[in-house]
Design a protein around this ligand. Structure first.
Ligand SMILES: CC(C)(COP(=O)(O)OP(=O)(O)OC[C@H]1O[C@@H](n2cnc3c(N)ncnc32)[C@H](O)[C@@H]1OP(=O)(O)O)[C@@H](O)C(=O)NCCC(=O)NCCS
Length: 241
């Protein structure tokens, strides 16, 4: 079973002519990522650091806050799941997933921000997106990545924000590559993965491939790392208690 997905067949063989690059739009100004800061570090009511994303020009979304999930906190996961249409759930879990059962919710909330990281995007305290990574058992420097944004907020840049945060937090935990499993018709996630390079194979409608981590402006990366380390300490303290 894929680490972050509902059941579907293994994706190892090549289909239709072997591994290939994902087609993607031109990425002709990567330096732009390095000169703009996206995040402001804030402190939440319970004293934990979080990231406030700058409002995007042209977006109808108000300011988005991104924070690491607390171990065992299933509420944001359920809220985001509830905001996904059946098609989005299919895209996320690669299988029809009508509800999040308690075992699955507990498994998804079992994070330590070391082997399993999970970040929540929220607007006004209401969770609207989740980004996560899980190290693979075969190679601890590779982590499977998964993203989900409620349908009402899709296409407004939240997925890209989450990817930058998750990728940077994963890098700080020693991960060097991201493993993607995605429906071949999932144009948004393909667009997120494609600029990161890598080769993909297709089997039974599922694209699988490993890419580099996303680039994030150094000041943003520093803020993300600060939040990630605080989350790791909190998770370790909970485990020890
Ligand atoms: C995939 C998903 C996480 C992306 O999040 P999002 O907030 O909707 O995506 P963004 O707004 O950040 O857009 C991502 C990219 O897709 C592009 N995009 C947006 N709408 C698009 C559309 N209708 N068709 C093609 N590309 C589109 C954006 O332009 C952006 O690329 P860019 O930054 O190079 O311009 C979200 O759509 C989702 O939750 N889908 C259902 C679950 C899922 O598919 N999860 C992925 C499993 S790994």
């Amino acid at each position: 079973m894929p680490l972050l997905s509902a059941t579907h067949g293994p994706v190892t063989a090549e289909e239709g002519g072997g591994p290939r690059d994902l087609p993607h739009a031109s990425w002709n100004a990567p330096w732009a990522l390095w000169v703009t800061e996206e995040f402001r570090l804030i402190t939440t009511d319970d004293g934990t650091p979080a990231l406030q994303a700058r409002a995007r020009p042209g977006s109808f979304l108000p300011e988005v806050t991104i924070y690491p999930l607390d171990r065992g906190d299933v509420r944001p996961l359920q809220r985001v799941f509830d905001g996904l249409s059946p098609r989005s759930r299919q895209m996320r879990f690669l299988a029809a997933t009508p509800y999040l059962n308690p075992e699955m919710a507990a498994q998804l909330a079992d994070v330590d921000h070391e082997t399993r990281g999970c970040w929540v995007a929220a607007i006004g305290g209401e969770p609207i997106g989740i980004g996560r990574y899980i190290r693979t058992a075969e190679d601890p420097t590779v982590a499977e990545v998964a993203l989900e944004v409620v349908d009402a907020c899709q296409g407004q840049g939240v997925g890209r924000l989450l990817l930058g945060v998750v990728g940077t937090a994963a890098a700080d935990a020693g991960i060097t590559s991201l493993l993607w499993l995605m429906d071949e018709d999932n144009r948004r996630v393909r667009r997120l993965a494609a600029p990161l390079g890598g080769r993909f194979t297709l089997e039974c409608g599922v694209l699988e491939g490993t890419t580099a981590l996303p680039s994030v402006a150094p000041l943003d990366a520093a803020q993300i790392v600060r939040c990630a380390r605080a989350a790791r300490r909190r998770a370790a303290a909970r485990t020890a208690a």
